[in-house]
Every structure is written in structure tokens, then in C-alpha cells.
Write a protein that binds this ligand. Structure first.
Ligand SMILES: [Zn+2]
Length: 111
């Protein structure tokens, strides 16, 4: 399975998990790719877009699939639930990360 297919399956898995939990439909986001070194992944809830760094996808595919893809998808979902005053990695995002079984981390170490 190529990495883009793995990403799609993982995004679907996260969406379905929260769709079942929240009883609502979350649209499949647009997925973009970038290769500047500053970020690993990004989420743009207003446009319902998630982006991933192609260098990290190539060098750390499992870590990206396991942690970073859900991390960014959960930013989209958290944005639909949280109060405007909440921070980006705030209470709602942390709660959803834990519900999905992941540690809510804003920074990751790639070894
Ligand atoms: Zn984040």
C-alpha cells in the first residue's frame, strides 16, 4: 500500500471513530503536501485542509501514520467543538486525542 493510500485509510479511521462517537458526519478533508522543513503537519479548519511534510512521510512513515495524521485530523474536529477562546492545542483537542488513544503532544521527536 502506498503512503497516500495509508494516509487516506488513517484519516477515514479517525473520522469514523468520531462520527460514531458524536453522531455527526465529518467531511473528508482535502490533503495537501509540502516540503519546507519548519513543520511536520498542519491543519486549516476554516478550509478543512490538512497538510503533511513529504520528507517526514518518506523518512518516518509509521510515526506519521500513527500519530501525526490523527493529530491534524483531530485539529479539524476539535475546531467544530471548541470555544473560540480555546488555544490550538487546548482542552478540546487534548480530550479528543486521548479518546482516540493518543497522547496529546504538540511537539514530537523524530529519531
Ligand atoms: Zn497541532
Amino acid at each position: 500500500m502506498n503512503i497516500q493510500t495509508r494516509i487516506k485509510f488513517r484519516v477515514d479511521e479517525v473520522l469514523h471513530f468520531f462520527q460514531n462517537k458524536h453522531g455527526k458526519t465529518y467531511k473528508f478533508p482535502k490533503i495537501h503536501y509540502f516540503c519546507h522543513p519548519e513543520d511536520v503537519g498542519m491543519a486549516y479548519p476554516e478550509d478543512w485542509i490538512i497538510e503533511f511534510n513529504t520528507d517526514y512521510l518518506a523518512s518516518h512513515p509509521d510515526m506519521m501514520i500513527e500519530e501525526i495524521i490523527p493529530h491534524e485530523v483531530i485539529h479539524l474536529i476539535a475546531d467544530t467543538l471548541q470555544k473560540p477562546c480555546e488555544s490550538y492545542h487546548g482542552r478540546t483537542w487534548c480530550k479528543l486525542m486521548r479518546e482516540f488513544g493518543l497522547k496529546p503532544k504538540a511537539v514530537y521527536e523524530f529519531t
